[in-house]
Design a protein around this ligand. Structure first.
Ligand code: NOJ
Ligand code: CA
Length: 681
């Protein structure tokens, strides 16, 4: 239900703006954030104040086109309209059911005193939790039929940069978004991916990202001068940044702004700046928990390729389906079932056959078996970055899955950054970036093709999330950061602080298929430096609540769960679709705690985790419903637990809680806690 409770149009600013034409401002509904656009300098520019203090000083706006005049310093504010929106909308699945959208919008018409290429709109929306702005370029004289964008001039001039700490991963590297996060002085963040998060000594937290990235190149940030970040778009193989036509809109450039770290987590800015659901009835999109033929390959027990150790066999899949049915998992992911994995699959993109199983994988029999035991087969397509080979077979491959009742596919685009293989209209091989415009469109194409067949997608090696799940709710989750797999072979694996950094960086963009739940940390010995999760067992459980995703894997081998049935019970109880979510506590890279209420239920779950430092974390159970009692099952680090030598010591205890109670959780080094609060009479 999209109920607009208040929309106000104010046209009165128009005359003022054209007469004085110098600066126009718009503030957030609570008044804390103020966005100002000015044409008083040689370039139109914007600035942002937060609580009366400038956090972004005058920053350039504009776009450069290859074949015509462009949008830069000749423009002045000629018209301005504001409106107030206070509404809410429902998510079919999500971290909360109802999302409140309360913002003020400013639409500025900028004009140049010349005959051609002389107008564009800058649309700004200011919420209590941040700002979004975008360029809208209408059809006009001088633009021709096609536009090649060769530069985006947008800047973010961070006032307090010298006093700020930044949390970032590099952009344009070979490993896409899969880097260990850096915590550095602001100036060291040279060319970085978004969400790019930083905090000033005074406690202001800002995260720069983008929303609704479609038919445009992904934006990285380039620190051109100390404190000055400039939009840096991933180029096409021919050097052009964006190929578009008159009448286009850019994605929203976003800044989430808060006076504490938790404020970033409780923000819905990115979702609110996306378009509503375009798919209509999406009751066929199903959140859920899954297991799979997966970790065995990562720890070298089995192989993706054919032969004696082949993982994806008919009998192994049935065994996983039995396990899933016994414990109530909805799906079984199977990787390595289709022709093409033999040899070095990293470089084998040309030989993948997406509709041809290996002979020891009987897809008919497996489809039928799944129906019999009530478990879905989850499909898998690794492209190794050869997207033309995938595109050629996509219809047949998705049709085959549909025929066998498969409702979800995990896709994969393993290839070095800048090395996606595309064959152009003339049969020439081109190499593209995962975050360039070509791939932005290619990823979305797989989503819309899958939607036609009632199939949902979980993208690995994706384009970063920019909130498109609102518009395309079958885009369930993606990877786009270092996941659990790095703990099998990462060298180094994910460091203890990794899980305390992701919520404040990558996860601000949207759900991540991290694949939590490794119970056997010692597959290479607990003293292994390169191959083991650097966490306690309790922290593996906490990940199910802390990392939001509508699909969560129980990633370990069945035997490792059956060896620890007490801890396994939490994974069986936890859900993946929520009525409400509240970040309770946290500091970037140090610790974080969340409470989430199960969708259509009175029950709550709590997850908390810490970095390499043990700590006592006090949480307030204010989120509970007044007058309701809850029976809690608490899973926490044991007294002597520590991630290095004693990761398994887990204390499980019961307690009752009512609203307003407090709890102090002793978290071990790289430890955590997970709590199931069941509503009781
Ligand atoms: C990388 C993915 O992240 C991982 O989950 C998958 O197993 C491999 N590619 C093979 O497709
Ligand atoms: Ca990956």
């Amino acid at each position: 239900m999209n109920k607009i409770t208040a929309i106000m149009l104010i046209a009165g600013l128009t005359a003022n703006a054209s007469a004085l034409a110098k600066s126009v401002s718009v503030s957030s509904p609570d008044g804390d954030i103020k966005f100002t656009v000015t044409d008083d300098t040689s370039m139109p520019s914007y600035s942002i104040e937060f609580n009366g203090k400038k956090v972004i000083s005058d920053s350039n706006l504009g776009l450069v086109f290859k074949d015509s005049l462009y949008l830069d310093e000749h423009f002045e504010i000629k018209d301005s309209k504001t409106r107030v929106v206070n509404t809410s909308w429902d998510q079919p699945w999500g971290e909360r059911k109802v999302v409140v959208d309360n913002h003020k919008e400013l639409a500025l018409t900028l004009k140049a005193n010349r005959d051609e290429v002389n107008t564009y709109t800058l649309r700004v929306r200011v919420f209590d939790d941040g700002v979004g702005f975008r360029y809208e370029v209408p059809k006009q004289k001088g633009l021709g039929q096609k536009i090649n964008i060769t530069n985006e001039l947008t800047e973010f001039n961070v006032t307090d940069f010298a006093d700020s700490t930044a949390y970032w991963i590099p952009s344009r590297g070979w490993n896409r978004y899969e880097y260990v996060y850096n915590t550095t002085a602001f100036e060291e963040a040279q060319l970085v991916h978004t969400p790019f998060t930083f905090k000033s000594k005074s406690g202001v937290h800002i995260s720069i990202h983008e929303a609704a990235l479609t038919d445009y190149a992904g934006m990285s940030l380039n620190q051109r001068r100390p404190g000055t970040l400039k939009a840096d778009l991933a180029p096409w193989s021919d050097g052009v940044l964006v190929k578009t036509k008159p009448g286009f809109k850019t994605p929203w450039r976003t800044l989430q702004i808060s006076d504490d770290a938790v404020g970033l987590l409780n923000s819905d800015l990115i979702l609110n700046l996306n378009e509503p659901n375009k798919l209509g009835d999406v009751s066929w999109v199903e959140p859920g928990k899954y297991v799979g033929i997966w970790w065995g390959m990562h720890v070298n027990e089995t192989t993706w390729g054919s032969g004696d150790k082949h993982g994806a066999t008919t009998s192994e899949t049935k065994r996983y389906m039995d396990f899933a049915a016994k414990y109530g998992f909805s799906g079984v992911l199977v990787e390595g079932w289709n022709i093409g994995w033999d040899g070095d699959w990293f470089f084998n993109g040309d030989v993948f056959r997406f509709a041809e199983p290996y002979p020891d994988f009987d897809i008919d029999a497996i489809g039928k078996y799944g129906k019999k035991v009530g478990v879905d087969l989850i499909g898998h397509h690794e492209t190794s970055g050869n997207v033309s080979n995938y595109r050629d077979q996509m219809s047949a491959a998705y049709d085959l899955y549909k025929k066998h009742g498969i409702k979800q596919i995990k896709t994969g685009y393993v290839a070095d950054g800048g090395n996606i293989k595309r064959i152009d209209e003339n049969g020439v091989v081109r190499k593209e970036w995962h975050d360039g415009q070509y791939m932005v469109n290619e990823y979305l194409h797989s989503i819309t093709e899958a939607a036609k067949r009632g199939i949902s997608i979980n993208t690995h090696e994706p384009i970063k999330d920019t909130g498109l799940r609102r518009t395309y709710p079958n885009w369930l989750a993606r990877e786009g950061a270092r996941g659990q797999e790095f703990n099998a072979w990462g060298n180094p694996p994910n460091p203890p602080e990794h899980a305390a950094l992701l919520p404040f960086t990558r996860l601000l963009a949207g759900p991540m298929d991290f694949t939590p739940g490794i119970f056997d940390m010692g597959f290479d010995g607990l003293d292994a430096t390169s191959n083991r999760p650097q966490t306690t067992l309790a922290k593996q459980l906490a990940l199910y609540v802390v990392f939001y995703s509508p699909i969560q894997m129980a990633a370990d081998l069945p035997r490792n769960y059956e060896a620890k049935p007490d801890a396994f019970q939490f994974i069986l109880d936890v859900v993946t679709d929520w009525e409400k979510s509240v970040a309770l506590a946290g500091e970037v890279g140090d610790y974080v705690a969340y409470a989430r209420q199960a969708r259509d239920s009175k029950d709550w779950f709590v997850g908390a985790l810490t970095d390499e430092n043990a700590r006592q974390l006090e949480l307030d159970f204010d989120f509970l419903t007044e007058g309701q009692r809850y029976q809690a099952q608490i899973y926490r680090d044991g007294k002597k637990a520590d991630w290095v030598s004693n990761p398994y010591e887990l204390t499980i205890e019961q307690k009752t809680f009512v609203k307003g109670d407090k709890i102090t959780l002793p978290l071990a080094t790289s430890g955590g806690a997970a709590i199931y609060l069941k509503a009781i009479d």
